[in-house]
Design a protein around this ligand. Structure first.
Ligand SMILES: Cc1cc2nc3c(=O)[nH]c(=O)nc-3n(C[C@H](O)[C@H](O)[C@H](O)COP(=O)(O)OP(=O)(O)OC[C@H]3O[C@@H](n4cnc5c(N)ncnc54)[C@H](O)[C@@H]3O)c2cc1C
Length: 274
């Protein structure tokens, strides 16, 4: 390969995984270059539950103070029956939970987390971020250095390659030749300012509504200023082998038999499809 840029460590994909990997490498004193196909670093969707295992990793990257400023630390996870509206059980996420798992359970806006990771990458002299770099071809590494080609004609040569390029990874086939398996579930998400909510919002809980072939989860994000709702259901149309499945009509039909609170929650989600 001619005119390939030689780098010691290359990461493909600038989502939460790729950025965290870049920071971990930098903290180990390693120079790293990250290629992202999108013209800018952005996250789709709003809310993210971050378990204590991930918080421990993020804290290890020195990011806990930034996370603390924007995240919400719920006191409990509440489980509700989506059909009857009955309270099922609750999980205490307070000090006992933190002690047991060595870190809190956190909910936050996806883009807040990505922005924190992005800023830390930009602040590091060891991390080089490049946008508009869609990796199209990765050579077999058995020969030694890995060769990586991008859609814009640029090329890289690296000793170490990390594939953090998501579901349709260009890197993964080098390691394993498997295929995606569709779960047949559809997820709809929506975020509203807390002040716009018609009913009282419990700002200290993550509430999970469970029903047959469906669930809905609601929690506060961004210092409690926004409320995130995610409605998930198993698609009958998918099970019947139909190409067009998981649409808003099926969402409404699936949730039609749920209690008032859940049906109101489903009205809050964004009906466009990504
Ligand atoms: C509805 C839903 C809810 C979820 N909720 C949670 C949750 O609450 N908590 C949780 O921990 N997880 C949750 N997850 C899972 C979580 O979102 C993913 O595990 C996580 O986003 C994966 O991050 P990633 O960086 O590995 O990949 P991605 O976020 O997919 O990022 C991959 C990046 O690689 C780039 N890329 C792709 N191909 C190329 C290429 N060829 N060249 C260059 N760049 C490329 C993409 O543009 C993208 O920026 C949820 C997932 C879904 C679908």
């Amino acid at each position: 390969m001619t005119n390939a840029t030689r780098v010691p460590l290359l990461i493909v994909g600038g989502g939460i995984g790729g950025m965290a990997a870049a920071l971990a490498a930098a903290r180990a004193g390693q120079q790293v270059r990250l290629l992202e196909r999108a013209p800018a670093f952005t996250e789709i969707g709003a809310g993210l539950q971050v378990g204590p295992n991930a918080i421990r990793v993020l804290a290890g990257l020195g990011l806990y103070p930034q996370i603390e400023k924007v995240a919400v630390f719920p006191e409990r996870g509440v489980f509700m029956d989506a059909v009857t509206g009955r309270h099922l059980t609750a999980l205490d996420l307070g000090s006992g939970f933190r002690e047991r798992y060595g870190a809190p359970y956190v909910v936050m806006h996806r883009s807040d987390l990505l922005d924190i990771l992005l800023q830390a990458c930009r602040d590091s002299d060891l991390v080089t971020l490049e946008n508009g770099k869609e990796v199209t071809e990765v050579s077999d590494p058995a020969s030694g250095a890995v060769h990586v080609n991008c859609a814009d004609g640029s090329a890289y040569e690296t000793e170490f390659l990390i594939g953090a390029d998501g579901l349709n990874s260009a890197v993964r086939p080098l390691v394993v030749q498997d295929e995606l398996v569709c779960s047949g579930y559809a997820a709809y998400r929506g975020t509203i300012p807390v002040g716009d909510a018609a009913e009282h919002i419990d700002g200290s809980s993550v509430v999970l509504w469970i029903g047959p072939g469906l669930h809905m989860i609601q929690y506060p994000i961004r210092r409690g200023e926004l409320r995130n709702t995610v409605a998930v259901f198993r698609s009958d149309a998918f099970a019947r082998g139909e190409d067009d499945w998981g649409g808003p009509d099926e969402l409404d039909a699936r949730f039609a038999g749920t209690c008032n609170q859940v049906r109101r929650g489903v009205q809050l989600v964004d009906r466009s499809r990504h």
